[in-house]
Design a protein around this ligand. Structure first.
Ligand code: BDR
Ligand code: CA
Length: 315
């Protein structure tokens, strides 16, 4: 199996990503690191431990990471993920505790200890990953690639042009993009398309198996005021990025220059993806700015990932 580490801000759809990663036989989830994003980092840790308990993965190390972005203040997404960041279901706390080292230390330890290069899957603001890359740059020699949920080629969600994870910590995202390891961007353009049909959600909700009931309740969680759509179907969200590691053939990508806007004002946090036809290097490297080449997700086989996720989590 592929050794993977998920860096998350659990998070309704981060939870769906964790449930899948634990159960997929082709993935070996070595650790989970937590960062402030959808909710504060201590709540992210609590939510993550609850989800791993439900998945029967109580032995996977979980570490607490950054409590706020590099420059920006932390900003809650309670309007999307609920006050507790995971749909306010009133789930009892886990008896387990996070490890006694911070996220950056755990990431370094697990990456360097692995006999096979590790794939990192950040599904949250990129603060922990940026701190890791700046503190221990030697980790890149044992990183296979980084598949991150974040950014958008077209339309944003946190702002008209910026996706939440990149917008929450744009400087960290810029550090990630120039890490010098292969990077896949699983952005909003594909993220929003992978939706589980209502009948499947209902089957999960009706299950007596706690893991499946949790999965169904998470999928059914949506803010009707925000979406205007009461249909009880749910997006796989961050879980799609993990599907893209387990089954890369379901995601169509293209290697394109990507830059994060760090300017104050309406473009801050936008991922500017250069899709112009290429006629020469000069067009790719305008000016003196460092522009990373990133494998950008442009299309996704929705049925394939929904089937993969359901079969894996229910299997
Ligand atoms: C991203 O932000 C969070 O709300 C989701 O978990 C996802 O990682 C979408 O913009
Ligand atoms: Ca997330």
């Amino acid at each position: 199996p592929i050794p993977v580490i998920i860096d998350c801000d659990t998070g309704v759809d981060d939870a769906l990503a964790l449930l899948f990663a634990v159960r997929h036989p082709g993935l070996d989830l070595r650790a989970v690191t937590c960062v402030a994003g959808n909710t504060d980092v201590d709540q992210v840790v609590r939510n993550t431990l609850i989800v791993l308990d439900h998945a029967g993965a109580g032995d996977i190390p979980v570490a607490r990471g950054a409590a706020r972005p590099l420059i920006e203040p932390a900003r809650s997404a309670a309007h999307v993920h609920g006050q507790d960041g995971m749909g306010d279901m009133g789930l009892p706390a886990s008896a387990r505790k996070p490890v006694d080292v911070d996220a950056v230390t755990l990431l370094r330890r697990e990456i360097l200890a692995s006999s096979r290069p590790v794939t990192l899957i950040p599904t949250a603001p990129l603060t922990n990953i940026a701190l890791l890359l700046r503190t221990f740059p030697e980790v890149t020699r044992n990183i296979e690639r980084i598949v991150f949920m974040g950014g958008a080629v077209a339309v944003g969600n946190a702002t008209p042009v910026a996706e939440f994870n990149v917008w929450h910590d744009p400087e960290a995202a810029a550090i990630l993009l120039t890490a010098g390891v292969p990077i896949t961007m699983y952005g909003l353009d594909v993220f929003e398309r992978v939706q589980v049909p209502a009948a499947d959600v209902q089957r999960l909700r009706d299950s007596a198996v706690p893991r499946l009931k949790l999965a169904g309740d998470l999928l059914a969680h949506r803010d009707p005021a925000a979406s205007g759509d009461p249909t009880p179907t749910g997006g796989l969200g961050d879980a799609g990025a993990v599907c893209a590691v387990a089954d890369p053939a379901g995601l169509t990508t293209r290697l394109l220059p990507v830059e994060v806007s760090l300017a104050p004002g309406p473009s801050r946090g936008q991922t500017i993806v250069d899709r112009r036809p290429r006629h020469g290097e000069s067009e790719i490297h305008d000016g003196a700015r460092e522009q990373a080449l990133v494998d950008v997700g442009l299309d996704v086989d929705v049925d394939r990932y929904v089937k993969l996720w359901l079969e894996t989590v229910e299997g």
